[in-house]
Unconditional design. Structure first.
Length: 98
């Protein structure tokens, strides 16, 4: 039985630190995608003119705080916002380029 266990361990030799960084990168990529979608939706609503000045100010402030927080989270994990943009091959990149 110990022979099988040893063989199984060697096949799944995973760098746990790298796996953790990759997971953080994936989670932050999803959060950044959602943040950008929310931002585009907010811009559309502002352009439609169906929001009060106070609502426009609140949305702007909220979006600024979200972007600042994303930058902080990336800094904490040694990433840049540009690192979160996945290349989807022929489909292009996941996140729009600013």
């Amino acid at each position: 039985m110990s022979e099988h266990t040893g063989a199984r361990e060697s096949r799944f030799d995973v760098d746990r630190d790298q796996m953790g960084r990759d997971l953080v990168s994936l989670v932050l990529t999803v959060v950044e995608l959602l943040r950008q979608l929310m931002e585009r939706q907010a811009i559309r609503r502002v352009e439609q003119g169906d929001l009060s000045d106070a609502q426009v100010d609140q949305i702007g402030e909220t979006l600024m705080h979200l972007e600042e927080r994303m930058t902080e989270l990336c800094d904490q994990h040694g990433l840049h916002l540009e690192d979160l943009n996945l290349d989807l091959g022929p489909l292009g990149s996941l996140l729009p380029r600013h």
